[in-house]
Design a protein around this ligand. Structure first.
Ligand code: NAP
Length: 478
């Protein structure tokens, strides 16, 4: 198989070393890709830095590139969905949805590129400022280092590349080693839409080499990282003088009150807890349900979950496929076994398919200290626990090292608004699962879930520097 070329430092390159990309589902060979070096990262950053000086892009050019890219991405959706599904073991139907979401992410970035603006400062609010005009311009921050995870290998790359283009920043992307193909597709789309090649490099290779080189390169102004808290906070510590935006994990709680539409909640959890085998940062994980409806809710949830089709990601009918690696399958299975050994009940699942992949699993009454509750599962597992007092349920939801999104189902407006104020998370969803996200909303978390908000309008601000301009105005005509 020929080695795929990637855009690095303004040209297509295949690198001196290569590695294979294999299917997480059946280990079939999907592609041979370059494994670049720290030197390649430094070249990519240098070329990006000089592109910003030699040919800065005007706002109308950035917007037009993003608009065209959205159209091209939609036109190529079939091919891209198949590669995405194969490299990430994401069921094809969910891969198609991801491509559509990436199209909308680029559209929102184009809109932001046209409209985002700076500020005026009322200088004469200070006596000394009379006779002065104050403007705050938003300048591109410089070269952006974008480090991205495997679980949304297209849309989460779009959430960094799109705002970088909109803000006028060159960008160097380090895609997850398991999923470089989707990032390559997106780069081709952007180039075909008119982005100059020196504005974007996609550099596959080990995180400890490529990611590390980006983090330590002084000419990278901002690291925008999405991935695990362990890697993310290490990056924050290693780069105290850089801007570092972190989008990390969660163990998303969903509270269901007795007056809430628990049938709708159970139906929604069918995908919210199991889409991409639970490998979403906001996968529904801890379900806290009023004791009075717990039995009926669990019965309905089990019916829903047992109807999920588990299998080959490229099969149209499949809804849940393999985890990203065998070692992840073993980790999640060990956590489920430990919870059961500790007293949790298996309502469904807990076993493997004939291909040795985990079946969707519902655990009831695992302890809050069990890994399946206390830590991000990132697998096809949800836990149901009962509550008799809503305040204690909210306290239990808040008692987490993570704080990305939480949700509550209730028909009582006072309860809903009280919960919105009391749930200590970056986002609180009412009568919707915590797994819900639209691509233009501010998205990000507290504590170990990160330190920023992503979404085109917010990311563009992070990718620009404020520049104050003061003009001393003259007295005018005599
Ligand atoms: P990960 O292991 O932290 O990897 C994320 C990226 O970091 C990959 O590109 C990885 O490269 C790279 N990397 C690894 N070691 C590095 C190092 N020492 N320096 C710099 N970069 C390094 O996370 P993952 O397993 O791909 O993704 C799962 C995690 O992402 C979960 O915790 C999930 O919740 C979180 N996530 C958060 C959001 C959000 O928006 N909040 C969205 C999606 C996922 P390699 O692939 O080469 O190791």
């Amino acid at each position: 198989m020929t080695t795929l070329e990637f855009p690095v430092a303004g040209e297509w390159a295949s690198g001196a070393q290569t590695r294979e990309v294999r299917s997480p589902y059946d280990d079939g060979l999907l592609a041979v890709v370059p494994s670049f070096t720290a030197l390649d990262v430094d070249r990519a950053v240098a070329v990006g830095k000089s592109a910003l000086v030699s040919h800065p892009l005007a706002a109308h050019e950035r917007a037009a590139i993003l608009d065209r890219a959205a159209v091209l991405l939609a036109e190529r959706a079939d091919e891209i969905s198949r590669d995405l599904a194969a490299e990430a073991a994401k069921p094809l139907t969910q891969a198609r949805m991801e491509v559509q979401r990436a199209v909308s992410t680029l559209q929102f970035c184009a809109a932001e590129a046209r409209t985002f603006t700076g500020d005026m400062v009322p200088m004469d609010a200070a006596a000394a400022g009379v006779g002065h005009l104050g403007l705050v311009l938003r300048m591109p921050v410089g070269v952006v280092g974008a480090i991205t995870p495997f679980n949304f290998p297209l849309n989460l790359v779009a959430h960094k590349l799109g705002p970088a283009v909109a803000a006028g920043c060159p960008v160097v992307n380090k895609p997850a080693s398991q999923t470089p193909l989707s990032a390559l597709h997106l780069a081709k789309v952007l180039f075909d839409a008119g982005l100059p090649m020196d504005y974007l490099s996609v550099v596959p290779g080990p995180g400890s080499v490529i990611g590390d080189a980006l983090v330590h390169n002084d000419d990278v102004a901002l690291i925008s990282f999405t991935g695990s808290p362990e890697v993310g906070w290490d990056i924050r510590r290693a780069a105290p003088h850089k801007r570092v935006g972190l989008e990390l994990g969660n163990n998303s709680p969903l509270i269901i009150c007795a007056d809430g539409d628990w049938r709708a909640a159970a139906k929604a959890v069918r995908l919210a807890g199991f889409s991409h085998a639970g490998q979403s940062c906001i996968s529904t994980q801890r379900i806290l349900v009023d004791e009075r409806i717990k039995g009926e809710f669990v019965a309905e949830l089990v019916t829903q979950v047992e109807s999920l089709v588990v299998g080959d990601p490229l099969d149209e009918a499949t809804e849940v496929s393999a985890l990203i690696s065998r070692s992840e399958t073993e980790r999640v299975a060990t956590w489920v076994d430990a919870a059961v050994a500790g007293g949790a009940t298996l309502a469904t699942g807990g076993d493997r398919t004939t291909q040795d992949h985990l079946r969707p699993t519902v655990l009831v009454d695992a302890s809050p200290e069990d890994d399946v509750c206390a830590t991000e599962v990132f697998g096809p597992v949800v836990v149901v626990r009962g509550f008799s007092d809503l305040r204690s349920a909210v306290e239990e939801a808040n008692d987490s090292r993570y704080g990305l999104q939480a949700a509550i189902f209730t028909q009582d407006i006072d309860t809903a608004l009280w919960a919105a104020r009391t749930l200590d998370f970056g986002g609180v969803l009412i009568n919707q699962v915590p797994t819900w996200r639209a691509d233009h909303m501010p998205y990000g978390g507290l504590r170990d879930s990160g330190n920023t908000r992503e979404g085109p309008g917010w990311s563009i601000r992070e990718m620009t520097e404020e520049r104050l301009v003061v003009v001393k105005t003259g007295p005018g005509p005599a």
